[in-house]
Structures are given as structure tokens and as C-alpha cells.
Design a binder for this molecule. Structure first.
Ligand SMILES: Nc1nc2c(c(=O)[nH]1)N(C=O)[C@@H](CNc1ccc(C(=O)N[C@@H](CCC(=O)O)C(=O)O)cc1)CN2
Ligand SMILES: Nc1ncnc2c1ncn2[C@@H]1O[C@H](COP(=O)(O)OP(=O)(O)OP(=O)(O)O)[C@@H](O)[C@H]1O
Length: 220
């Protein structure tokens, strides 16, 4: 596992992105199948009715089997869509199987923006998030755009909100010993890899004042 102490966030990002990009197509398919087995029968996935996923980019683990399973089971599935303005914002839009998708400015495919199909993030049940690096305490390092952090900034204000449940998805090789939390970072409930679940110790996070045990009246 990588010792993070001597590395900057930028160095760590570069190293971990290289690692996941180095996985060959066979390893990627194997990891995607294993990820599916970790999650498909889990109550958090089975019980969710509205869930957001992503389409893989830059060597990310592929949740495509979960997306297809969710659609087969009649769940409403959502993908991130980047806003034209402000360009720092991202929304979650419903996607149906077989719907045409267009590349965004990072060449990640997304549905054509349609306000009527977008849903507020706090009304989703489950958010499956891509990441560059993670630790076993709910720490997440993303691509550096701050898109997920901005979408989840309401968590700092809605003190008792627990929707959606935040799960990071990753290859095992993206695990690091410890990530320093930035003030805007929103901790994950767990990260699921092709090999294991890493559930955050909620008591520790709660002591930091960042995770709340009860649902929020305004958000439920
Ligand atoms: N699959 C997936 N979808 C996602 C995200 C993600 O991390 N993964 N995002 C999570 O936030 C948002 C997009 N954020 C991104 C931020 C930076 C880059 C990126 O590749 N930056 C390149 C420069 C690309 C360019 O300018 O053309 C780089 O840093 O090398 C990609 C996506 C929304 N959708
Ligand atoms: N809630 C927020 N409000 C305003 N700016 C934010 C917020 N959260 C993050 N940012 C900005 O986004 C930038 C990138 O943040 P960070 O490096 O944590 O992104 P990331 O988690 O790696 O990316 P992503 O969430 O897109 O995968 C930071 O420099 C920060 O200024």
C-alpha cells in the first residue's frame, strides 16, 4: 500500500491514475465482475430505488453490470451531467437503457441535459462514486474538479441528513494508508473494491462532526 505522508495530493493523484490505467482489459473485466458480486445482492443496492452511478473513464472500475442490473430490476438510474454554466457544477440525470449518450468536455459520455429528468442529489437513495484514491476511514480523492464535493456540500448544512448513502467504487490498488480530509471533503460510508468492503468507522467520523446518524426532515 502507498505511504501517503511524503506525497502531495497532485503526486498521489498522478500515481494512482497511472496504476488504474495500467490494468489490462482482462483485469478490468474481472474486477467489474467481482465488484458486481460484492454489491448486487447487498441490501443497500437491493433496497435502493433511485441510484446514481457513472460511466468509467481513465481506468476506473466499471459499474456497468450494476447499472444494467438496476435497470432490469426497475430501479431509476442516474448519471452525472456537467452543467454548461456554472461549469463547476454537476447534476444527476435519469438515464434509461439504450438511451443515446454524448461525450462531455472530459470525453465522458452523459445523457443530453434535460431538466425534467434531473433529480436533487439528497432525494437519491444511493450514490456510487468514482474515485482516484481511498482509505479505510471514508476518505476519497477524486479527479480534482471538486464536482462531487460541491454536489454534496449540503451535508455540512443539513446536519442529520443521511441521503444518499455514499459508496466509493475502486480497484483494490487504489487504496492508500491515509488521506488527509480537506474541509470540503464529505466522508464516504464505505468503499467497495473488487476484493472487499471498507466500511468507515462512523464513530470516528461522527466525532469529527461530519457524519450524522439520523435522517434529516428536510431531506427525507
Ligand atoms: N466516470 C466519471 N465520471 C465523472 C467524474 C469522474 O471522476 N469519473 N467526475 C468527477 O468529478 C466528473 C467529471 N470530472 C472530471 C474531472 C477531471 C477530468 C480529467 O480527465 N481531467 C484531465 C484533463 C482533461 C481535459 O482537460 O481535457 C486531467 O486532469 O488529466 C475528468 C473528469 C463527472 N463525471
Ligand atoms: N463545497 C465546495 N464549494 C466550493 N468549492 C469546492 C467545494 N468542494 C470542493 N471545492 C473546490 O474543488 C477543488 C477540488 O477539490 P478536490 O481536490 O477535493 O476534488 P476531488 O474530490 O478530487 O474531485 P471530484 O469530487 O470532482 O472527484 C478544490 O480546490 C476546492 O476549491
Amino acid at each position: 500500500m502507498i505511504e501517503t505522508a511524503s506525497l502531495s495530493r497532485a503526486q498521489l493523484r498522478r500515481l494512482l491514475r497511472e496504476r488504474r490505467r495500467a490494468l489490462d482489459p482482462h483485469r478490468q473485466r474481472q474486477a467489474a465482475r467481482r465488484l458486481y458480486r460484492q454489491l448486487a445482492q447487498h441490501p443497500l443496492f437491493r433496497r435502493s430505488r433511485h441510484l446514481a452511478l457513472y460511466l468509467p473513464n481513465d481506468g476506473e472500475i466499471d459499474p456497468g453490470l450494476l447499472l444494467a442490473a438496476a435497470q432490469r430490476r426497475g430501479k431509476a438510474t442516474y448519471l452525472p451531467v456537467l452543467n454548461a454554466w456554472p461549469a463547476t457544477r454537476m447534476v444527476f440525470q435519469r438515464v434509461h437503457s439504450g438511451e443515446p449518450l454524448l461525450p462531455n468536455r472530459f470525453r465522458i459520455r452523459e445523457p443530453h441535459p434535460n431538466r425534467a429528468r434531473q433529480r436533487k442529489v439528497w432525494t437519491l437513495d444511493l450514490l456510487l462514486m468514482p474515485l482516484v484514491g481511498f482509505d479505510a476511514e471514508g476518505g476519497r480523492l477524486g479527479m480534482g474538479g471538486g464536482f462531487y464535493d460541491r454536489s454534496l456540500a449540503y451535508r455540512a448544512r443539513h446536519r442529520y441528513c443521511r441521503k444518499p448513502v455514499l459508496l466509493g467504487l475502486a480497484h483494490e490498488c487504489q487504496k492508500v494508508d491515509r488521506l488527509a480530509l480537506a474541509s470540503w471533503d464529505v466522508p464516504l460510508a464505505a468503499t467497495v473494491t473488487d476484493r472487499a468492503w471498507y466500511a468507515a468507522d462512523n464513530r470516528k467520523v461522527a466525532r469529527k462532526g461530519q457524519l450524522h446518524r439520523n435522517p434529516c426532515g428536510a431531506c427525507e
